[in-house]
Design a binder for this molecule. Structure first.
Ligand SMILES: [Ca+2]
Ligand SMILES: [Ca+2]
Ligand SMILES: [Ca+2]
Length: 330
């Protein structure tokens, strides 16, 4: 009888621990590939507030590897390293909304244990969203990774199935998905008009400067990571559900894109003259063209472009005003 109980107990332990989706590549994973067709846009702006190389030794300074531009555009392996408690705030060419399933995904540069594909070296970050750029709401994060032994800055692999609603759960080239529906009903948050996504590095120390999950448990992740590349390494943020903003910007100044669909040439008219940069992307966010804008009317040659759906962004020289629009190339 004792052996039976012991078997039952170990089965219960297995089910109690493997609670969430497993690592990318394992059946049941919710990881989103950087080339997935549901990705329709990538973050276009990012600002970073660096964290410490080691928060216990502030005099050692802040992390320095990468800069905020590494986090815009498609996931490509270039990263900005946030450091202990570092923060990155991102926005898109238009606001995000709550559609079916996951609405955006965060890409980090974790890597798998060569000996066990379900385990990986992971660095984690809290994820917050805002619909006004001022008030942010954090996704309810869960970490069931035991916190009795500190995971060091290298050499120890983690089980993604113990982690939920923390960016960095999945290895490089796979995004961790977030579903805005989970935040429905939050006062002051409009989940159908999300203007900003924010990442806050999980320090990961189990003894001091601890970070807690939504249940008050200590989150154990690599610490200290006392080098210039320390902390959460942000590669990119992808949108699956983004408002199409073909005729809008924050000043309600019209931007006209025609014809749509277009075959050989696309015209872009602005009501007022302002100089800036026009960028054209494929549906998965690969930049295919870039052109300076110097007047009210701009034309883009499409003859070299493969047929399909594209989106464009227009950024003023000051970088403060953006338009976005979609069109179909025949
Ligand atoms: Ca959703
Ligand atoms: Ca950490
Ligand atoms: Ca990148």
């Amino acid at each position: 009888m004792k052996w039976l109980l012991s078997i039952l107990f170990s089965l219960v332990s297995i089910f109690a621990t493997a609670q969430f989706a497993p690592q990318a590549g394992i059946s049941g994973s919710t990881a989103i590939s950087a080339t997935a067709s549901e990705i329709v846009a990538w973050a276009t702006k990012c600002s970073v507030q660096r964290g410490y190389i080691d928060i216990a030794i502030p005099s050692a300074g802040h992390t320095s590897t990468g800069d905020s531009s590494a986090a815009t555009g498609p996931a490509n392996g270039t990263v900005v390293c946030l450091g202990d408690s570092g923060i990155a705030t991102l926005s898109f060419a238009a606001s995000l909304y709550d559609g079916p399933g996951a609405d955006f995904a965060v890409f980090e540069n974790g890597f798998k244990d060569p000996a066990n594909p379900s385990m990986a070296f992971l660095e984690l970050a809290f994820v917050e969203v805002s619909s006004d750029g001022i008030n942010f709401t954090r996704f309810p994060a869960i970490s069931n990774t035991p916190a009795n032994t500190q995971i060091p800055g290298s050499g120890v692999y983690m089980d993604a199935s113990l982690i939920h609603n923390l960016a960095g759960k999945y290895v490089a080239t796979f995004g961790t998905p977030f579903d805005l529906a989970e935040l429905a009903g939050t006062p002051g948050l409009d989940i159908d008009n999300i203007t900003h996504v924010r990442l806050v590095d999980v320090i990961g120390s189990v003894s001091s400067h601890t970070c807690l999950d939504n249940e008050g448990k200590i989150i154990n992740d690599p610490y200290p990571t006392n080098f210039p590349t320390g902390g959460f390494d942000l590669d990119a943020v992808a949108a699956m559900h983004i408002h199409s903003a073909s005729i809008s910007n924050r000043d309600n100044e019209p931007l006209r894109i025609y014809p749509n669909p277009a075959k050989d040439i696309l015209h872009i008219d602005q009501v007022s003259t302002s100089t800036g940069l026009l960028c054209m992307y494929t549906g998965i966010g690969n930049k295919v063209a870039e052109q300076k804008i110097t007047g009210k009317q701009t034309s883009v040659d499409l003859t070299q472009l493969a047929p399909g759906a594209y989106y464009i962004t227009l950024t003023s020289d000051s970088g403060t005003t953006q338009w976005a629009g979609n069109f179909i190339k025949l």
